[in-house]
Design a protein around this ligand. Structure first.
Ligand code: BGC
Length: 764
């Protein structure tokens, strides 16, 4: 043991000398290269392959790691990192085994799904995208990194930047929605937030952009399903956010489960090497998604040895939970199916990541138990979480200014979400302590204080079928099935009838979106619509608070309910944040980052579609031989970018500073925005461009900029966007990224439908 300790300190001292001068360890850093080169010279083939193995944490018991199965593997140098292990104590314990008991003392890397906050949970990513507030997005990632790193974590499997146009796909909740431009802004913000400016600092963590690529285009919205799309669509519409993350310096990339051009992403050399590294210049490491190497056998790509070799050759470095690399690469090397250089390359990339994180310098860098006590779930973080949550809510309807509510009289708070702290944080909140989430009932009661009375009734379960309930809640049914839906609704109606106003908190439970939560029916689940109908029949004004991780087809609700506020899932401070907006302390300013369809049959429905040769355009529906449906208009229920305010924003005409321009000249588009209502408030002013004629067909409009501006009631401001040829570029049939001269329509407005247009000629 003594020998081991001496060896360790000598090893650490050596690391200190070599690693300290260059903290971040940028690619090509000679000190890092020398350090890793020296280390790799000492490594056996088995140890190199061991570094490529990312292992689930299993049931590690603090203090007993050494004797466990995982412990043995760590000691034998067969594990490079652990997945989803939580707490400084546990992580320190495991790291100690790695750096004291394995032959070469190489530290482990610890990764976790820190998706929208750590213990202080922020709104789900789709909600954060609704804020159109890049600073807020970055700040959530910054705080998540501070908390996660204070708890031992140095690597997160985020951001998820998969573009999707299909709300049937439950994982739409994890990303920024349907738009490549907004998605790219979000991707960049999250990477900066997590990684900061120096990865080796103990309060920054490495980001991992996922799931590369195209995962959000799963056919029919069924999770893990096949994807087949043109390269033009990939490059123009689905790739930009991944690329933005790479440009922002993301340290790692996660493969997706789906196939791309007939080859699963985890074995796809074109994707992982040609595009990612050669075209985009990525120099971090690639990790697979969970068991994605093994799953290639189910895809029909061969046995575990074959698919593991395929993955390595494709450019994958880290095998998450398949143990395909660990168990087959040595054999594949002997048989000439992979090369020593390929194994060395992958091993080097994993070691580089550990070096960049400063783990060689101090393997316990992220294991400061003091920080764990003082920097997690702080009052300050919660204050910020509450503030940011209020910026993500989207006001969808507000007839006769029903909202904000006055703090007076008797308020009925009804619905499955009304008192459900466990559902506040939202999906993928693995480090959250659900008991600490603020329920709506708590938020409302604290907000009104003694000024009003808030009474509560559950009204319905989320769903009527206990089996579905348990599928949603990881095998546990949480509803009350001792009463019928009718009995529960009757109880709610009798409570609500005695009140002045009814607030109905309805929607999907948190885990009804997220991974493997695909749906074909996007209406409110269970008996919730019946509950709303019964509440309306009381004749009292009804406000609907919609909790959801995806667009729902609330067409009936839009028609019948006077006020609808979409609150997504707002994180641990939801109850307070919603009360802030409902009672008017904060004016809602969120805008939809995704189109809400009228019905499921319209999907995929997205604002930046092509025109077709037979567009309906402004003509009246129905029109024979034009591109439309017999049973529903082409319109969305709510368009991309839509969201109301308690105040009214009025747009003047759009003014361009030039009618014609050439080459690299700049165009300035200016519009006057007036807050013509009674409340101060923020508006997201959106810039769209249409390229009228192209060498390939071009979308009817594309988001190219936005500004979130705050105006006092009565205030006006001129807002300008500077447009350069950069905003006109797209990938053409040769996949060349360039712009083409001609006529462009510039549009500015408060959502993608209601815009002020102006045209310009731009010559080369
Ligand atoms: C998900 C990933 C996640 C990973 C590790 C997978 O099932 O697709 O998004 O990062 O598990 O938890």
């Amino acid at each position: 043991m003594r020998y081991k300790l001496i060896f360790l300190s000598a090893f650490l001292a050596l690391n200190l000398m070599t690693a300290s001068a260059q903290k971040t360890g940028t690619a090509g850093d000679p000190k890092m290269n020398r350090f890793i080169g020296d280390l790799m010279k000492k490594m056996t083939l088995e140890e190199k392959i061991g570094q490529l193995n990312l292992h689930p944490s299993g049931d590690i018991v603090t203090g007993e790691t050494s004797g466990s199965e995982i412990g043995k593997k760590i000691i034998e140098g067969k594990i490079g990192g652990l997945l989803n292990i939580k707490s400084v104590q546990k992580i320190r314990d495991v790291q100690k085994v790695a750096v004291e008991e394995s032959r070469l003392k190489i530290p482990l890397i610890f990764g976790m799904d820190v998706i929208h906050g750590y213990q202080t949970t922020f709104p789900i990513p789709l909600a954060l995208a609704s804020s159109f507030d890049i600073g807020a997005m970055e700040q959530t990632a910054r705080i998540a990194a501070i908390e996660a790193s204070a708890d031992g974590i140095c690597w997160t499997y985020a951001p998820m930047v998969d573009i999707t146009r299909d709300p049937r796909w439950g994982r739409i909740a994890e990303g920024a929605g349907e738009d490549a431009y907004l998605g790219s802004c979000a991707a960049e913000a999250y990477v900066h937030g997590f990684q900061g400016d120096d990865l080796s600092k103990n309060n920054t963590i490495m980001a991992c952009v996922k799931h590369f690529g195209l995962y959000g285009a799963a056919e029919a919205g069924r999770d893990y399903n096949t994807i087949d799309m043109s390269r033009l669509r990939m490059y123009n519409e689905y790739f930009p956010p991944y690329r933005a993350a790479v440009k922002a310096g993301v340290g790692s990339v996660m493969t997706s489960f789906n196939e791309v051009d007939g080859i699963p992403a985890s074995g796809n050399k074109w994707l992982m090497t040609d595009v990612l590294r050669d075209q985009w210049g990525f120099n971090g490491f690639v990790v697979t998604d969970y068991t994605a190497i093994d799953e290639m056998t189910e895809h029909g790509m061969g046995d575990l040895q074959t698919v593991s070799a395929l993955a390595l050759r494709a450019g994958v470095d880290f095998d998450m939970a398949s143990e395909g690399f660990l168990t087959t690469l040595e054999k594949s090397l002997k048989e000439g199916k992979v090369t020593q250089a390929q194994i060395d390359q992958a091993c080097r990339r994993i070691l580089e990541a550990k070096y960049k994180l400063g783990l060689f310098e101090d393997p316990y860098r992220y294991c400061d138990s003091n920080r764990a006590k003082t920097e997690i779930f702080t009052a300050e973080h919660n204050k910020i979480a509450r503030d940011i949550a209020t910026r993500t809510f989207v006001l969808l309807k507000n007839e006769n200014h029903l909202l904000p509510l006055a703090k007076k009289g008797k308020i009925a708070l009804v619905g499955p979400m009304a008192n459900s702290p466990g559902n506040m944080a939202g999906m993928w909140s693995v480090a959250a302590d659900q008991k600490q989430s603020v329920s709506l009932l708590q938020g409302f009661r604290e907000a009104v204080g003694g000024q009003a009375e808030v009474v509560y009734a559950r009204g319905t379960n989320f769903v009527d079928d206990p089996r579905l309930d348990s599928w949603i809640n990881f095998g546990e049914s949480v509803g009350d099935y001792t009463r019928t839906p009718k009995e529960m609704i009757e109880e709610a109606v009798s409570v609500a009838s005695t009140c002045d106003v009814i607030v109905a908190a309805v929607g999907e439970p948190a885990e009804m979106s997220g991974e493997c939560s695909s749906r074909t029916d996007l209406s409110l689940p269970g008996s919730q619509k019946e509950l709303l109908d019964a509440l309306l029949k009381t004749g009292k004004p009804v406000v609907m608070l919609l909790f959801t991780g995806r667009p729902l087809t609330i067409t009936w609700e839009q028609k019948n309910i006077p006020a609808i506020l979409n609150v997504w899932f707002g994180g641990t401070q939801s109850g307070h944040a919603i009360a802030d907006v409902v009672f008017g302390a904060v004016n809602p300013s969120g805008k939809l980052p995704v189109t809400f369809p009228q019905n499921v049959g319209q999907i995929p429905l997205y604002y930046n579609h092509k025109n077709t040769g037979r567009p309906l355009e402004d003509k009246e529906w129905f029109h024979k031989f034009l591109s439309n449906y017999l049973d529903v208009t082409n319109d969305p229920l709510y368009p991309f970018g839509f969201g109301l305010s308690y105040t009214v924003f009025t747009y003047g005409d759009l003014k361009l500073d030039k009618k014609k321009l050439a080459g690299d000249q700049k165009l300035i588009a200016t519009i006057r925005l007036t807050n013509s209502g009674k409340y101060d408030g923020a508006e997201v002013v959106q810039l769209y461009i249409r390229d009228m004629v192209g060498s390939i067909t071009r979308p009817v409009k594309e988001l190219k900029g936005f500004q979130k501006v705050f105006l006092k009631a009565g205030e006006s401001r001129d807002l300008s966007f500077t447009i350069t040829p950069e905003e006109l570029k797209f990938y053409n049939s040769d996949l060349k990224y360039d712009w083409e001269p001609g006529e462009f329509t510039i549009m500015v407005g408060g959502n993608s439908r209601d815009v002020k247009p102006a045209t310009v000629i731009w010559e080369k």
